[in-house]
Ligand binder design. Structure first.
Ligand code: ZN
Length: 344
């Protein structure tokens, strides 16, 4: 580590080295189940299941990167258990929620993924499994009352337990942050909040936000580097720095190289400033142009590894980031001071 304990204690805005964190939202069809785009999304999900997850795990193993996979709870379950759970959730504010249907027209591998979760868990470079809601109900949706949010979280927790998993990190469905006190109650240590760029700082994204985001990719604008912050409800929050934007729709016209260029700027800024470059995406985001997109991610990881080899960057899951933030936070200073005192 660079610097003495006292240096670190004086400066709360940085860690001793930069940090690279990758979080993924893993949801198969649940992210679009209530949308008309669901059918066109099925092809991307098929590619996600067949090749993308394995392609990502190969990269994370090769580059020794412990990523955080935030999983929709139903993926942990067998179809029968998931259908029963959805039936239990279909009451009160959610009586007419289209996410709680029976989806008998869809194949089970489009909705459930115990095998893939197991493969992620078994990766020789340990991956963190986090949560992404149980049915992907956005927490700011009018149907998501405190009661409905608690039921989502309880069901998510029980589903993860069926695979002996305890979840400590959370990504909100569609990044809509709400009911954070409940997250703390369910034992989460950290959640991902809205990206730090201005065009993500809203719960209602309009054309100007989308255009601003596209423009940042086109000109490879440096993404923000961030720090975890203690939320008033007691857990940690960390914004995203950059979405590894899918090559879908008009965004397919933007070369993958621009995305790589942006990410490299983020990694270099993190290494220089002792802050966090937090890259996030969905595995399906790599589905169109998958060879190019996985190749782009490889280039990002090569740059990150180079900085790590120079001692300027650490790779951390979201949970590890929360643990490190707690160690370096104000409230831990007496502990650090006592440790420093003992060593003298
Ligand atoms: Zn999602």
């Amino acid at each position: 580590m660079n610097g003495t304990t006292n240096d670190i204690m004086r400066d709360q805005d940085r860690f001793p080295t930069g940090v690279f964190t990758v979080s993924l939202d893993f949801e198969l069809l649940w992210g679009t189940i209530d949308r008309s785009s669901r059918n066109s999304f099925r092809r991307l999900c098929a590619e996600e299941r067949a090749t993308i997850v394995d392609g990502l795990l190969d990269l994370f193993r090769e580059f020794r990167l412990p990523a955080t996979w935030c999983v929709v709870g139903q993926l942990f379950l067998d179809p029968e258990a998931a259908i029963a759970a959805r039936r239990r959730l279909r009451s009160g504010a959610r009586s007419n929620d289209s996410r709680l249907g029976d989806f008998s027209g869809l194949a089970k591998e489009e909705l459930y993924a115990r095998d893939l979760v197991r493969r992620i868990y078994d990766c020789p470079v340990p991956q963190e499994i986090g949560g992404h809601g149980f049915t992907h109900l956005p927490f700011t949706d009018p149907m998501c009352t405190a009661e409905a949010a608690a039921a989502e979280l309880a069901q998510l927790q029980a589903s993860a337990r069926s695979m002996n998993l305890v979840l400590k990190s959370f990504a909100f469905p569609r990044n809509r942050v709400a009911h954070t006190a409940l997250l703390a109650k369910f034992g989460y240590a950290i959640f991902r909040c809205q990206d730090a760029s201005w065009h993500h700082q809203t719960n209602r994204r309009g054309w100007k936000h989308r255009l601003g985001h596209a423009w940042d990719i086109v000109r490879a604008a440096p993404p923000p580097v961030v720090m975890p912050a203690r939320h008033p409800d007691g857990l940690w929050q960390v914004p995203g720095s950059m979405l590894f934007t899918p090559a879908r729709g008009v965004r397919s016209a933007i070369p993958v190289a621009r995305r790589v260029e942006r990410a490299v700027k983020g990694l270099e800024a993190a290494a220089e400033s002792g802050r966090v470059f937090h890259l996030w995406f969905h595995p399906t985001d790599l589905a169109p142009k998958s060879a190019e997109m996985l190749g782009g991610l490889r280039q990002i990881l090569q740059c990150a590894r180079h900085l790590r080899d120079e001692g300027k960057l650490q790779f951390m899951s979201m949970q590890s980031l929360a643990q490190m933030a707690a160690v370096f936070s104000q409230e831990s200073q007496p502990v650090l001071a006592a440790a420093a005192g003992r060593s003298e």
